[in-house]
Design a protein around this ligand. Structure first.
Ligand code: HEC
Ligand code: HEC
Length: 238
């Protein structure tokens, strides 16, 4: 008898507890771009310019620095990518953390790579509006620096590979090219042309510890390389 009533009692208590708990659940405040960034993104991305002092510090970061997003990325690309992220750096944010020695050459240790978080289309738009206001280093970008033009794929590839040695670190199609840098066959879809010119002119002005060498490219070659990156981005590799 006693034990039965205790059970009954505790059941009622649970019911009260559950009811109170759900009553106290706060109503979700409307998401803003800033609140989403603060809650879901800053664990991996910095939003205010930080300058790593050593290569090791740079490589410890869990994602690219987004403090220059507004002068760097194309907003339409970002909005789409955040809803359906696909890998850009074949070997993760910093390749050295995800490469293992294979039999013939180094291979990517896929097990150590994680998928990027996905956003709803509404959240992606809110976040992108906020990211486009972040403009660190904007003094390095000159509007209209890139002058649209064309280059043949053959000449473009010769420059990228033989003349300037870029292929050693970058893929120009899926599975073809180096692994330590981001794939470049989508670079012109992702990145603003004036940013590309500025970055190629002096990668270390953007990130002093960046391993991409400054090749002291002539202005005319900067333009040609961006013509080539744009042409590559129009190829259909699927
Ligand atoms: C677990 C860590 C992590 C979290 C959390 C994260 N990211 Fe990322 N993000 C990365 C990594 C790593 C990359 C590089 C992906 C690649 O190269 O394939 C990346 C790439 C990006 C890029 C493309 C940048 C570039 O230069 O390639 C954008 C834009 C971006 N993230 C935005 C966001 C936003 C917005 C959020 C929050 C909703 C977020 N990320 C949350 C790790 C993260
Ligand atoms: C030693 C390896 C190396 C070489 C050689 C190299 N790069 Fe890079 N490149 C990188 C790395 C690593 C990054 C990523 C830097 C960063 O995120 O700040 C990068 C970034 C880039 C980007 C920006 C891509 C993005 O998604 O943010 C472009 C474009 C680019 N490189 C083009 C070139 C061109 C053109 C050449 C030849 C003139 C070249 N690279 C030579 C390693 C290299």
């Amino acid at each position: 008898m006693t034990s039965h009533s205790t059970k009954k009692h505790s059941k009622t208590l649970w019911a009260i507890l559950i009811a109170t708990a759900s009553m106290n659940t706060p109503v979700h405040a409307e998401n803003t771009g800033k609140s989403i960034l603060d809650q879901q993104c800053v664990s991996c991305h910095t939003l205010s310019l930080t300058t790593p002092q050593t290569v090791e510090q740079l490589w410890e970061s869990k994602g690219p620095d987004l403090s220059s997003a507004g002068v760097k990325y194309k907003s339409e690309w970002m909005t789409n990518w955040l809803q359906k992220p696909v890998r850009i750096r074949p070997a993760g944010n910093f390749y050295a953390n995800h490469i293992k020695t294979g039999e013939k050459s180094d291979v990517i240790d896929k097990a150590t790579l994680v998928d990027h978080p996905k956003l709803s289309s509404n959240d992606a738009k809110l976040v992108v509006d906020e990211l486009m206001t972040l403009k660190h280093n904007q003094q390095l970008v000159k509007q209209g620096d890139y002058q649209p033009g064309t280059i043949s794929m053959t000449l473009g590839e010769m420059m990228f590979d033989k003349f300037k040695g870029c292929l050693a670190c970058h893929q120009i199609e899926p599975g073809y090219g180096g692994l330590s840098g981001p794939e470049v066959y989508t670079a012109a879809n992702r990145l603003q042309e004036d940013y590309l010119i500025s970055f190629l002119r002096n990668p270390q002005a953007w990130e002093p510890k960046n391993i991409m060498p400054n090749k002291n490219l002539k202005e005319i070659d900067l333009q040609k390389l961006v013509h080539y990156l744009r042409a590559l981005s129009k190829e259909d590799f699927k």
